[in-house]
Design a protein around this ligand. Structure first.
Ligand SMILES: C[S@@+](CC[C@H](N)C(=O)[O-])C[C@H]1O[C@@H](n2cnc3c(N)ncnc32)[C@H](O)[C@@H]1O
Length: 191
C-alpha cells in the first residue's frame, strides 16, 4: 500500500477542529460505550488526542495510552497536551502492526477513523486482541462507505460489513453496531 491512505499530518487542524463534535462527539460516543468505558484504554491512531483527552477525563478511566505511527502526530501531542492531561494520557510511538505495550493490559482498545488507513487490518485486529484483557472491548469507528462531502474518498473507505467479517475472523464475539453517528459506523466487539 502506498502512503496515500494515511492521514496527512499537515492537515492536523482537521483533527483538532471543535466542529467535529457536531457529528463525532466524544461525550456521546463515551455514553454509547456504556459499561465498556472504564479502566485502561489503548487509543490506536490517536492523532491529536481528540478522543484520548476527553476519555482520560472520565472518572472511570485510569489511563489512556495514545498510540500513533506518525512522528509529527506524536511530536504534536508531546508539545500540545498539557502536563495535567499527561498524568493520565501516555503518548506511545507505535508501528504499523504493533503497539509496544504488554499483553492483556486494556479494558478498552479503540481505533477511530483509522481502519481505512491500515495496511493489514486483520493483523491489527489480532494486535488489539493481544492488548485486551479477556472480555475486554474493542471499539471501531470509521467512515461509512458512501459518497459525502467530508472525509476520505469513498473508494478507500472500508464497508462496515467487511469490518464485521474481519472481527469474526479474528475471533471477536458480541459484535454490536451502535448506529448512532450520521457519517460513521460504530462497532464494538468483545475479546
Ligand atoms: C484520520 S487520523 C484519526 C486520528 C484520531 N483517531 C481522530 O479521530 O481524531 C488517523 C491517525 O492514525 C495514525 N495511523 C495510521 N496508521 C496507523 C497504525 N497502523 N497504527 C497507529 N496509528 C496509525 C495516523 O498517523 C493518524 O494520526
Amino acid at each position: 500500500m502506498g502512503d496515500s491512505k494515511k492521514f496527512d499530518p499537515k492537515k492536523i487542524h482537521k483533527l483538532t477542529d471543535p466542529s467535529r463534535k457536531k457529528f463525532q462527539d466524544p461525550a456521546l460516543i463515551w455514553q454509547g460505550l456504556g459499561k465498556a468505558g472504564k479502566g485502561i484504554l489503548v487509543d490506536i491512531g490517536a492523532g491529536a488526542g481528540f478522543f484520548a483527552v476527553p476519555f482520560s477525563q472520565q472518572a472511570a478511566v485510569h489511563k489512556v495510552y495514545a498510540c500513533d505511527t506518525s512522528e509529527p502526530m506524536i511530536a504534536w501531542m508531546q508539545e500540545n497536551l498539557e502536563q495535567d492531561i499527561r498524568t493520565k494520557v501516555e503518548i506511545v510511538p507505535s508501528s504499523e502492526n504493533h503497539v509496544p505495550l504488554q499483553d492483556a493490559l486494556a479494558d478498552l482498545v479503540y481505533m477511530i477513523n483509522l481502519h481505512h488507513e491500515l495496511d493489514a487490518p486483520v493483523q491489527m485486529l489480532e494486535e488489539c486482541k493481544r492488548l485486551l484483557k479477556p472480555e475486554g472491548t474493542l471499539l471501531i469507528i470509521d467512515w461509512k462507505k458512501k459518497a459525502m462531502e467530508m472525509g476520505p474518498p469513498e473508494k478507500i473507505r472500508i464497508a462496515e460489513q467487511t469490518v464485521q467479517e474481519q472481527l469474526l475472523q479474528t475471533g471477536f464475539h458480541t459484535i454490536t453496531n451502535h448506529d448512532m453517528l450520521p457519517y460513521h459506523y460504530m462497532l464494538t466487539a468483545v475479546r
